[in-house]
Design a protein around this ligand. Structure first.
Ligand SMILES: [Cu+2]
Length: 369
C-alpha cells in the first residue's frame, strides 16, 4: 500500500513538473523496446526487477488482445461493462413503439447489460502470448405488450394505445475465450501481431423468465447468456508509435463452427477497431476510438421461440452494422492500470426490427507482474 502511495505521489509530481523530461525519457528508451510500447516503467525511479516481463497497454480498454507480453510476463484484468440500449430501428430508420406494435405482440423497450469480465495473459515467449477470458453477465429488459381488448373492456381510447409494460432478467456465466497472440513484426516505431483462438460455450442458452403470457417464458436471443456454439476467433493488430502519440488498428472476426443444441447458430461478426492514444503525462493517457462492427443474422432457429411474436425472437432480426465512438482514459500506477471508457454506438443498418441506441461504460483494473 505504502509502495503504491509513493508511486502515486511520484506520478502526480512528475505529471505536474516534468512533462518535458518525460518526452526525453520516452525517446531515450525507445531503443530497447521490442514488441511493446514505450512506457514509464523504463524510468529509473520505478524500475523493478520484473519490469521486463510487464507490458502496459495504451489502447482503449474495450480493445482486447492489443498487446503481447514478454516471456513469463503475466497480466490479470478485471473489466466492468455497463451497456444500455433503447429505442427501435427498422432498416435504417427509427420506428416508434406504437407503429411497431401493429406488427408484433411484444417489443423490447430498453435493455441493460452488466458484465464482469476476467482476463489472464501469459507470455509463453517473447513472440507468443496466451490469453484466457471469461465473464459473468446480467441482463435486464423492459418490454411492452399489445393490449388488444382494453378498448372493449373500458371504452376509453387512451387504454387502447396504452401497452402493458413488464420486465425480465437473466444472469450467469457467459461464454469464455482462449486466444494465442503471435508477434509478426516488432520495432520501436511499429508492431504487428495476429491472434487466433476459440470461444467456448460456457454461457447458458436456456434462460426463461416470468412474463404476462407465461410463468416460464423462453427469453429472446439478446437475453440469453451465451451462443451455445464453439466459435473460431481470428484477428490482426497493428500499432504505430510516434513519441506520445499511438495509432492502432485491429481487425477481428468471430465465427460459430456449427449449430448449437437448439439447432441454431449466431451470425459471424467482423469488428474493426481504430484508435489514437495520446500520452499526456507519464502516468496518464487518453484514447479516442472508432469501431465498425458488422454482425450477420442467426441461421436456424430456436424451436422454443416464436419469431412472429417479438423481434427479439426472430433469428433474421439479429444482424446489424454499427459505428461506435469511444473516449477513454488510462492511468498507470506501477504495475497497476486503471481505465475507463465511455462509448456510444449508432446503427447504420439493422436487419428486421432491433433496439437502436447503444451506450457503454467500461471501468477496468489491470495488474501486470
Ligand atoms: Cu496484457
Amino acid at each position: 500500500m505504502k509502495h503504491i502511495l509513493k508511486q502515486t505521489v511520484f506520478c502526480v509530481f512528475v505529471s505536474l513538473s516534468f512533462n518535458n523530461a518525460v518526452i526525453a525519457a520516452n525517446n531515450s528508451h525507445q531503443g530497447h523496446q521490442h514488441n511493446n510500447k514505450p512506457h514509464h516503467q523504463h524510468n529509473k525511479h520505478q524500475h523493478m526487477d520484473h519490469s521486463q516481463h510487464s507490458v502496459v497497454s495504451q489502447a482503449p480498454i474495450s480493445v482486447m488482445a492489443d498487446h503481447l507480453h514478454h516471456k513469463d510476463g503475466w497480466m490479470f484484468s478485471y473489466r466492468y461493462m455497463d451497456m444500455k440500449m433503447s429505442g427501435l430501428q427498422q432498416g435504417k430508420d427509427d420506428i416508434s413503439h406504437s407503429d411497431a406494435l401493429q406488427k408484433y405482440m411484444m417489443l423490447p423497450k430498453n435493455m441493460q447489460m452488466k458484465m464482469h469480465m476476467f482476463g489472464l495473459m501469459y507470455g509463453w515467449s517473447d513472440e507468443v502470448t496466451l490469453m484466457l477470458m471469461t465473464h459473468y453477465l446480467s441482463n435486464d429488459m423492459d418490454s411492452v405488450m399489445r393490449m388488444n381488448n382494453s378498448a372493449q373492456n373500458h371504452g376509453h381510447m387512451a387504454d387502447m394505445n396504452m401497452p402493458m409494460m413488464f420486465s425480465t432478467s437473466s444472469s450467469g456465466l457467459g461464454d469464455s475465450k482462449a486466444l494465442v497472440l503471435v508477434n509478426l513484426v516488432g520495432t520501436a516505431d511499429y508492431r504487428i501481431h495476429y491472434q487466433f483462438g476459440l470461444s467456448l460455450p460456457t454461457g447458458d442458452i436456456d434462460q426463461t423468465a416470468q412474463t404476462p403470457m407465461h410463468q416460464h417464458a423462453m427469453l429472446g436471443y439478446p437475453m440469453q447468456l451465451g451462443t451455445g456454439t464453439y466459435n473460431v476467433l481470428g484477428g490482426v493488430t497493428g500499432v504505430w508509435q510516434y513519441q506520445q502519440l499511438q495509432l492502432g488498428s485491429q481487425l477481428n472476426f468471430d465465427s460459430p463452427l456449427s449449430d448449437n443444441e437448439q439447432n441454431y447458430k449466431p451470425g459471424r461478426e467482423w469488428r474493426w477497431h481504430n484508435w489514437a492514444g495520446y500520452q499526456i503525462t507519464q502516468c496518464l493517457n487518453m484514447t479516442l476510438r472508432l469501431t465498425w462492427l458488422d454482425k450477420a443474422n442467426y441461421s436456424g432457429q430456436d424451436p422454443r421461440l416464436n419469431p412472429m411474436m417479438m423481434p427479439t425472437a426472430d433469428p433474421s432480426a439479429r444482424g446489424f452494422e454499427q459505428i461506435d465512438i469511444g473516449l477513454g482514459v488510462n492511468y498507470q500506477i506501477g504495475q497497476h492500470r486503471l481505465s475507463a471508457e465511455w462509448s456510444e454506438a449508432s446503427q447504420l443498418k439493422v436487419d428486421g426490427m432491433q433496439m437502436a441506441n447503444r451506450e457503454q461504460l467500461v471501468f477496468a483494473w489491470q495488474l501486470s507482474f
